[in-house]
Design a protein around this ligand. Structure first.
Ligand SMILES: [Mg+2]
Length: 443
């Protein structure tokens, strides 16, 4: 705030640089707050030493800093050169009491609009800060450890994001999100063995919104936890009508993986629904293994202590090393659909694709044998047609799921399917109605 009013007073500032440390929370969590404080002090000192003459450096709070560059320094090339060297300088390891720590920063840069009237300097400064903040957010999204200039598109994007956030918030209150279920099949016998729950959103204003759109927004605005928990609660209740041999798989977000209370929350959901933990499978994406591995390990152990199973999702797309696969006690690996689906596209392609097909077979069969070698059961995602199914069956025992078995369906459609297969739970069979909504009302 002091920095902003300083801008307002002298009116000389021309570029506002918003700086945020990358992954500072993890640094604190892993190394303790004292090391975190040492890092903050060292970075503040580095920013001061590298700032051009006439610039002001301020800590805005937490792990956020701002640098205000004077008019003279504000031509694009000078600012860019300075920003690049600032980022490189800050990334040098910092000597702390517990040893050297390296931390990177993301920065957003906005340049003052010269059309602003003198009397409106304070609001102009706030606007500038807001724009630099949007640019910084963009730098984070682009992969951190970099700077971005503000542009108008970011303002529009932010507006869309705010509207989507508001829609998610009210959608959550109004129960617009519903669990859908994708069948999981034992490829050997062709028998239904369980379902993976997938989130679906039908918004009265926006129509059907893809989870690829709403999940990242919910993750960003901190709503993913409540959203996921409400869907898991409903899924556990839906699954009570299923035959006891059927399992329920749920996906959890990296945000939930970082929440030390998540196992407690899940335990509460399990107890309230009286659902046997052994029938619940929690899927963790391989991408999560990139961050704090010891935290992931602790989480997996806590989940397994509840009695639930833990699967490695999107296997093949992340960076799991053999060592990680051996150390982390996964109960199952799920081969990503991008590899499995490719088996068909290659089969459909013209002559000459034979070699490519063998290559894809090779990737899938390597992932399968990796699972077999580690004695971890395998599920193949993206089973889209019979030719894929045949190829997979030739590779050994596994479960599969995909559009060959139909699209994910809602709770009522699942009940209908199970009733036809004679796979309803005893209590659902004796219930006067097989409609889950009716059951919920009468419960
Ligand atoms: Mg999954």
């Amino acid at each position: 705030m002091t920095a902003i009013s300083a801008m307002g007073e002298n009116g000389a500032a021309a570029a506002f640089v918003m700086i945020d440390l990358d992954g500072f929370k993890e640094i604190n969590d892993t190394n303790g707050h004292q090391a975190g404080d040492e890092v903050l002090l060292a970075i503040a000192a580095r920013l001061k030493s590298i700032a051009p003459e006439g610039a002001s450096v301020a800590r805005l709070g937490g792990d956020e800093f701002a640098v205000i560059l004077p008019t003279l320094a504000a031509n694009t090339d000078t600012v860019e050169n300075w920003a690049s060297s600032m980022i490189a300088e800050v990334a040098q390891p910092i000597e702390t009491d517990i040893g050297p720590l390296a931390v990177t920063i993301s920065a957003g840069i906005a340049v003052q609009d010269r059309g602003d009237a003198v009397g409106e300097l304070e609001s102009a400064a706030r606007n500038l800060m807001h724009r630099a903040d949007l640019a910084m957010y963009h730098a984070k999204k682009e992969g951190r450890n970099r700077y971005c200039w503000f542009n108008e598109a970011m303002e529009i994007e932010a507006q869309v994001r705010r509207e989507m956030e508001a829609a998610i918030r009210s959608g959550l209150e109004r129960g617009e999100f519903s669990p859908h279920y994708e069948q999981q099949i034992d490829l050997e016998t062709g028998k239904l063995v369980g379902f993976e729950m997938l989130a679906r959103w039908h918004s009265p204003d926006l129509g059907f919104v893809s989870p690829e759109i709403f999940i990242p927004v919910a993750e960003n605005c901190g709503l993913i936890g409540p959203l996921s928990e409400s869907l898991i609660r409903r899924a556990l209740s839906d699954a009570q009508s299923w035959h006891p041999s059927l399992t329920l798989s749920v996906n959890i977000s990296p945000m939930q993986l970082r929440d030390p209370w998540f196992p407690q929350k899940l335990l509460k959901l399990l107890i309230n629904s009286e659902f046997p933990p052994a029938r619940l499978d929690v899927e963790i994406s391989e991408k999560c293994l990139r961050e704090n591995l010891s935290a992931v390990q602790t989480m997996i152990v806590s989940l397994k202590n509840l009695g639930v199973r833990v699967s490695l999702d999107d296997f093949g797309t992340g960076f799991a090393s053999l060592t990680q696969l051996r150390t982390l006690p996964f109960d199952r690996v799920k081969i990503d659909r991008s590899f499995v689906g490719e088996l068909r596209r290659v089969a459909e392609a013209a002559v000459g694709a034979e070699q490519h097909r063998e290559h894809q077979d090779h990737i899938v069969s390597t992932l399968v044998s990796l699972g077999q070698g580690l004695q971890i059961p395998v599920t193949a995602e993206g089973v889209e047609d019979d030719s894929i199914l045949e190829t997979l069956r030739s590779m050994g025992e596994m479960k599969g799921q995909g559009y060959l078995y139909g699209k994910p369906e809602d709770a009522a459609a699942v009940i209908k399917r199970l009733s036809e297969l004679d796979m309803l739970a005893e209590r659902a069979r004796t219930s006067p109605s097989n409609d889950p909504d009716e059951q919920r009302k009468s419960a």
